[in-house]
Design a binder for this molecule. Sequence first.
Ligand code: PEP
Length: 232
Amino acid sequence: MKFIIGNWKMNGNLAEKEAMFKALKNVKTNNKVIICLPFTLLYDNKYKTIIGAQDISQYSNGAYTGDISGEMLKDAGAEYVIVGHSERRFYHNETNDIVKAKAVVAIKNNLIPIICVGETDEEHHAGRTMSVVKKMVLESVPDDGEYIIAYEPRWAIGKGITPTPEEITAVHETIFKTLHSIHKEKTPILYGGSVKSDNASEISELPHVDGLLIGGASLKPETFLPIINSVK
Ligand code: PEP
């Protein structure tokens, strides 16, 4: 079983959610399809698609204007939550410490955090990918509980470019070994960054790739369904 997780980012309205969820009802797959929606679309999941959120407050309910707590996400029907997406790390200055705190809160609220890690273009070109990713994993994961790691090279997200299969394999192996060193070798490791229907199958079959995290191509049934159908 592979994970195929859509990340709608700050996109989508009720009509688009309805259209996607209706289309997903007729898809036959042995894999686990999840859509991480904007907060505004989480409630009223009558189609039974597994849903996740894209962020969570590190605090419990209370005086934190604009934040959304783990308890609220659970109440709204979320089962998963993305934490530490590179856009949150970059635009909202989220550090590994904050990401870890969010993952801990998610687990406390029976949500599975999808913890994102990945190097910048500069780090990639400087040959620092492995050390950067290893440090991000070790500093961002909670001490206990179940979670998912998503390797998302920042230079590949939304750019139409991906690392080579060899590069993806090497990074996923590093992540696997890192998780092994903390006795978390059963943790699923996903790849994300410019996944489309023409590369999804190949990437999903690489060693230590347990699924895909998909941004742009998850927004419409005509681009998302071919990806789901192509992953065995
Ligand atoms: C993402 O931002 O999580 C992502 C994978 O984006 P895209 O597929 O659009 O590169």
